[in-house]
Write a protein that binds this ligand. Structure first.
Ligand code: G1P
Ligand code: ZN
Length: 554
């Protein structure tokens, strides 16, 4: 065993979803080693000793190097077994699944999710705990603490693994085992338990209808390719399934692997030809999804989770386990609130980031949840799950016999429609963004009761900086975003991103409820224009940041 002296690196603080930095930052001498050693140091010795950890990632640039670091350092820190996806490949929901199935102590996920990859792109390392979900703040803070005073790391340089060889690789006289497993097997088995594969197969192949169901999925050169091929081609035998960008690439083909209307615009264009009845895209590590219907009909993620909830009986998993509760992150559109209310289900509003859902799921209070940022999932794992969402949509299309657009419109008719949009201002000067947020925070009290007329009159009912108390462990999380809530339920939300790597990203979220079905066909930006102008006026965003338009509108 080699002990290497090191000095701490500043800023190794995990954000919304792990430590995410430019590849060049991770490439600094000892940077990755320091973080992995700190992560292991943060696990109490009695738990770490003899433990099993799952390791995998989305195949992006630098992952192979990081995987070696993880293996060599783990081998010298009392870890007994690493379960690693073949060639290091495991999607984020698959890591969650494998941790749970193998009762591992946790897992290390090598991804920067939807951030671009490649030599000049981003890399990331995320730690998940034994429930399969992202580590809570108490754990990530403990890791960060370790990084600030680390003096050495230890490793076995001679532990070298052929990660393409499935099976057990035994080292150190049997004290350390690296088990290379199929990237897809455990996950596909779980999907077969959650969904009715024979029914989906007959739906997709057209056994029960006149024609096969045409579907196109865009894996955006991220990790989902092998999973999508396994499920749609091998298991569901769909001859009409087209898989785009199905090979994981180091740099995602130079694209931004984020499934939204901007970065998956090609897919939207393909759907507009009318050749496919369902389109879906995923992000780099496979936890996000975008759902499109024929002719490019866009299902907002906030609607998607609400619609799955309202049609949960189409999914065997929910038929068996029931819906224990529903939840969304605070800035997510409130469509799911309407379903919870109508069905009399417990409902939770949590801060941004999937980790807050996990506690509720572990306590048996939550079955289905989502975020506006293209995250949808259930308690089958403890991460959001892109492919799961597509299988959920296929299940409900098969059950209702309707098109995507018909399902969505029927939902709006029954529950009302939440018009929803998000504006992102990326790479804004961090000091300016903080000034804007601080000013808004100090204004909160004085905004209550203010009236704004802009076609319609809007009166501020409440305004605060969202704080959350976890109903299970009573931990509190503060400063999660400024909410301006109007008397009609419309909401304007400002928050700073916790996943960016340079400068600050300001996110502006607008949510507005419309009961009148005569107005449901309105164009979203038109419907929300009055609230957007109120948001820009109240925040003085342009004055603070110099930006007169967002970089991305969703
Ligand atoms: C973003 C999303 C958030 C999601 C996270 C990880 O975080 O807004 O909903 O959980 O990515 O995928 P943010 O950059 O806003 O902190
Ligand atoms: Zn992701």
């Amino acid at each position: 065993m080699e002990i290497v002296a090191t000095v701490p690196y500043e800023g190794q603080k995990p954000g919304t979803s792990g430590l995410r930095k430019k590849v060049s930052v991770f490439q600094q001498v000892g940077y990755t080693e320091n973080f992995i050693q700190s992560l292991l140091n943060a696990i109490p010795a009695q738990q770490r000793n003899g433990c099993t950890l799952v390791v995998g990632g989305d195949g992006r640039y630098f992952m192979a190097k990081a995987l070696n670091v993880v293996v060599q350092i783990a081998s010298a820190n009392d870890v007994a077994r690493l379960v690693v996806g073949q060639n290091g490949i495991l999607s984020t929901p698959a890591v969650s699944c494998v941790i749970r199935k193998r009762k591992a102590l946790g897992g290390i996920i090598m991804t920067a999710s939807h951030n671009p990859g490649g030599l000049h792109g981003d890399f990331g390392i995320k730690f998940n705990v034994s429930n399969g979900g992202p580590a809570p703040e108490s754990v990530t803070n403990a890791i960060y603490e370790q990084t600030t005073s680390l003096s050495h790391y230890q490793l076995h340089r001679n532990v070298q693994v052929e990660f393409n060889q499935l099976g057990e690789h035994v080292f150190l006289d049997g004290k350390f085992v690296v088990e290379v497993v199929s990237s897809t097997d455990d996950y596909v088995d779980l999907m077969k338990e959650v969904f009715d594969f024979p029914a989906l197969k007959s739906f997709l192949t057209g056994a029960k209808r006149k024609n096969p169901f045409p579907i196109i999925v865009d894996c955006m050169s991220g990790v989902v390719g092998p999973y999508a091929k396994r499920i749609f081609c091998d298991e569901l035998c769909s001859s009409e399934a087209r898989i785009r960008n199905g090979e994981p690439l180091l740099d995602f083909g130079g694209h931004h692997p984020d499934p939204n209307l901007t970065y998956a615009a090609d897919l939207v264009a393909i759907l507009k030809t009318g050749d496919y009845d369902l389109g879906a895209a995923f992000d780099g590590d496979g936890d996000r999804n975008m759902i499109l219907g024929k002719n490019g009909f866009f299902v907002t993620p906030s609607d998607s989770v609400a619609i799955i909830a309202a049609n949960s009986q189409a999914i065997p998993y929910f038929r068996t386990h029931g819906l224990k509760g529903l939840a969304r992150s605070m800035p997510t559109g409130a469509a799911i609130d309407c379903v919870a209310k109508a069905e009399g289900l417990p409902f939770y509003e949590v801060p941004t980031g999937w980790k807050y859902f996990g506690n509720l799921m572990d306590a048996g209070r939550l079955s289905l949840c989502g975020e506006e940022s293209f995250g949808t999932g259930s308690d089958h794992v403890r991460e959001k799950d892109g492919l799961w969402a597509v299988l959920a949509w296929l299940s409900l299309l098969a059950a209702t016999g309707q098109s995507v657009e018909e399902v969505v419109c029927a939902h709006w008719k029954k529950y009302g429609r939440n018009f929803y949009t998000r504006y992102d201002y990326e790479e804004v000067d961090a000091a300016a963004a903080n000034r804007m947020m601080n000013e808004l925070r100090s204004k909160c009290q004085s905004l209550v009761g203010m009236k704004y007329s802009n076609d319609k009159e809007y009166e501020v009912k409440e305004c605060d900086d969202f704080a959350y108390e976890d109903p299970v462990d009573h931990s509190t999380t503060e400063k999660q975003g400024i909410r301006i809530i109007f008397t009609d339920g419309s909401r304007i939300i400002f928050r700073l991103s916790g996943t960016g790597v340079s400068g600050a990203t300001i996110r502006l979220y607008i949510d507005s409820y419309e009961k009148d079905s005569g107005k449901h066909t309105m164009e979203t930006q038109e419907a929300l224009a009055p609230l957007v102008s109120i948001a820009l006026a109240v925040s003085k965003l342009k004055h603070h940041t110099g930006r007169d338009r967002p970089t991305v509108i969703t």
